[in-house]
Design a protein around this ligand. Structure first.
Ligand code: ATP
Ligand code: MG
Length: 399
């Protein structure tokens, strides 16, 4: 017995009227994107109140479940067996085979049959199907009992135009909203653990992503850059294609290093990163910034430091990890598959010139004063950094 169809469940709260069609159409598009590389030509389609993904040929069950598990907006995946309508006797035999295969020959669970007919000319009504099938199941399995209120197994039987669908398992989906039902935001993506998780979390709310990475060659290597590209590719498996903007930050960083107090280096650098990311965001229809900051994690992420960093931002800055402990962030990064790449030991431009005692309570006035020391060079350096950006379009597909 093969599962070649998957009923897609989605949370319906808040998707009424026109929003509902947008939500469903976007979800179908995102499912098709995720399934593009799967064997068996699996495609999603919409029916009134339902979304299915169906394989033309033989599909690889695990591969399809894994791909669907990366589509935000899906709350549950029900693998469906399609049966030909060859009379009730055949149906009853198939249902018994199904229970044996899925739950074992000595299945002793409680169950309920839940039949529905999309095709009203089927010779039995739903109640008759429930009763007659229930009886056959009781005869076939000594240990099984009916429980109509809270069954272990809810056997759904749907009589459709061309075939009869049978399903009883629901595999949890990732939840969230389909990517594309909200705007686009610019993720500041470093090679660390936090920022890929931050991107994942905002994409989960239906937001498309662009990303900006600041590198500092020759102080940061091509390996460090490749690591960020690899991380973007993993995040893109969930979010869809990411335009990754790679900005050469070396000269700005050197100027700050030469002219500003060393304990303020990180804060001043972070302010320029935010500013540049914001300028690139504005040119690319991004209406927010995303960072992997978490309150108190390091000196540049105390509330006082974040207030000073944030002062240069006009766009909203989304910091989905701000209330999380490192361990909680690590758990998500392991779940989404970025952890192994994030912990590869390549240098980040933030780590090459860290002061021994960075300020933890920077004063905005003081930082602004320090930044004045850059005034002769910064405009030119800033312009060059933006003009020389390299853009890579990173898709999550391909094996
Ligand atoms: P991560 O694990 O994401 O690298 P972190 O704990 O190392 O974060 P910081 O280095 O202080 O923290 O950076 C805080 C945030 O600033 C990062 O989560 C990321 O959003 C952004 N950021 C830091 N370095 C870079 C970089 N080189 N390019 C782009 N964004 C960066
Ligand atoms: Mg970092």
């Amino acid at each position: 017995m093969r599962f070649n169809t998957f009923l897609i469940k989605y949370a319906e709260i808040g998707i009424k009227g026109k929003n509902r069609a947008v939500f469903e159409d976007t979800l179908v598009r995102q499912i098709n994107r995720a399934l593009k590389d799967c064997e068996g030509d699996v495609k999603a389609y919409k029916q009134p109140g339902r979304i299915y993904a169906e394989a033309e040929g033989d599909c690889d069950y695990d591969e399809v479940i894994e791909a669907l598990g990366r589509v935000f907006g899906i709350s549950g995946i029900c693998p469906v067996v399609q049966l030909k309508d060859e009379g009730f006797e055949k149906l009853a035999g198939d249902v018994i085979d199904y229970i044996r295969e899925v739950y074992g020959a000595d299945c002793a669970k409680t169950f309920k049959v839940n039949a529905r007919r999309a095709r009203k000319d089927y010779p039995m009504n739903s109640q008759q199907i429930n009763e007659d099938l229930g009886e056959r199941i009781l005869d076939a399995f000594i240990g099984m009992r009916v429980n109509v209120h809270d069954p272990d197994i809810l056997l759904n039987i749907e009589v459709r135009e061309k075939f009869i669908c049978l399903y009883s398992i629901t595999i949890p989906g990732p939840g969230g909203m389909p990517v594309g039902t909200n705007g686009k935001a610019m993720l500041l993506l470093s090679g660390g653990i936090d920022s890929p998780v931050a991107g994942y979390m905002i994409a989960k709310r239906g937001v498309r992503l662009d990303a900006t990475y600041f590198h500092a060659p020759p102080y940061t290597s091509d390996m460090a850059k490749q690591k960020v590209i690899d991380l973007a590719r993993i995040v893109a498996k969930y979010s869809g294609t990411i335009a990754l903007h790679i900005v050469n930050f070396t000269d700005i960083q050197m100027a700050i290093y030469e002219k500003c107090p060393h304990e303020e280096l990180t804060i001043i650098m972070r302010r320029y990163m935010m500013k540049i990311a914001q300028d690139i965001a504005a040119k690319n229809e991004c209406i927010g910034l995303i960072t992997g900051e978490s309150i108190g994690q390091v000196a540049s992420q105390t509330m006082q430091s974040m207030m000073v960093t944030n002062e240069v931002c006009e766009l909203p800055v989304y910091r989905p990890l701000c209330g999380m402990d490192k361990q909680e962030i690590v758990e998500i990064s392991e779940k989404i598959g970025t952890f192994e790449t994030s912990i590869l030991p390549y240098e980040d431009c933030c780590t090459i010139y860290v002061a021994k005692h960075p300020v933890t309570r920077p004063s905005l006035a003081h930082i602004k004063k320090s930044e004045e020391r850059l005034k002769d060079v910064i405009d030119e350096l800033y312009k060059t950094a933006i003009e020389t950006e390299e853009v890579l379009h990173i898709s999550g597909s391909g094996k």
